[in-house]
Design a protein around this ligand. Structure first.
Ligand code: PEP
Length: 251
């Protein structure tokens, strides 16, 4: 049985002072969570996470990683550098990076390869736009995004992935996929994983992301193939983040 995983994506939010108060409120609200919890923070705050969360129950990670191991790539952060700060996770291929930074599925796959090579767990995001959903292309789009990733990995690496299904039209919009809509895509993604490695497919956590909030988390997380959440806005409020974790603990 897969344990649920709740990951906060802080995006480009935070400050030393605000992070300290948010992290301490999250830690105060969690003693022995019955699910995995992590926060993915802006890279400059990884040292702060390592210091404040070091021996606790909340893991931390970054929101992007370079597709290169090292060298003349100004502004990039290598997977080995994230490992230096004891990151467990790194988000790759978030739709905001695919859209605003033109990241292709092949580049996202290379980033995932770098993350895995440094012992990090890549949280690989896939998702369709509203126009693609309305054109009936959801499975084709997320299928192609996933296949580009699987093509870059060895079969035995698949179990080390986390996948996040994030419909682009639901991110930061307050619109959420219904539990049934999300479950359908999650089941499709798991079947694609199973075609590549059936044993690994049962182990891979497939998270839902897109306006997950305390009032819809329970129903989403009750779906058979929804193994957790990637949480944006609600991860910036300790009370909301804790309520989503509580919903994950009961599923
Ligand atoms: C995200 O940024 O990954 C996300 C799902 O954001 P939100 O929860 O705000 O929609």
């Amino acid at each position: 049985m897969r344990q649920k995983l709740i990951v906060g994506n802080w995006k480009m939010n935070g400050s030393l002072a605000a992070n300290a108060s948010l992290l301490s409120a999250i830690e105060r609200g969690l003693s022995a969570p019955r699910c995995q919890v992590a926060v993915c923070v802006p890279a400059p705050y990884l040292a702060q996470c390592q210091q404040l969360l070091g021996n606790g129950v909340v893991a931390w990670g970054a929101q992007d990683v370079s597709a290169q191991a090292e060298g003349a790539y100004t502004g990039e952060v290598a997977a080995g550098m994230l490992q230096d700060f004891a990151c467990r996770y790194v988000i790759v291929g978030h739709s905001e990076r695919r859209t605003y930074h033109g990241e292709s599925s092949d580049l996202v796959a290379k980033k995932a390869v770098q993350a895995l090579a440094s012992g990090l767990v890549p949280i690989v995001c896939v998702g369709e736009t509203l126009a693609q959903r309305e054109a009936g292309q959801t499975e084709q789009v997320v299928g192609e995004q996933l296949q580009a990733l699987l093509a870059a990995l060895a079969k035995d690496e698949i179990s080390n992935l986390v996948i996040a299904y994030e419909p682009v039209w639901a991110i930061g919009t307050g619109r959420t996929a219904t539990p049934e809509m999300a479950q359908q895509v999650h089941a499709f993604l798991r079947a694609q994983l199973a075609a590549a490695n059936s044993e690994a497919a049962q182990q891979v956590a497939i998270l839902y992301g897109g306006s997950m909030k305390p009032d819809n988390a329970q129903q989403l997380l009750a779906q058979a193939d929804i193994d957790g959440g990637l949480i944006g806005g609600a991860a910036l409020k300790a009370q909301d983040f804790l309520a989503i974790i509580a919903a994950a603990e009961t599923n």
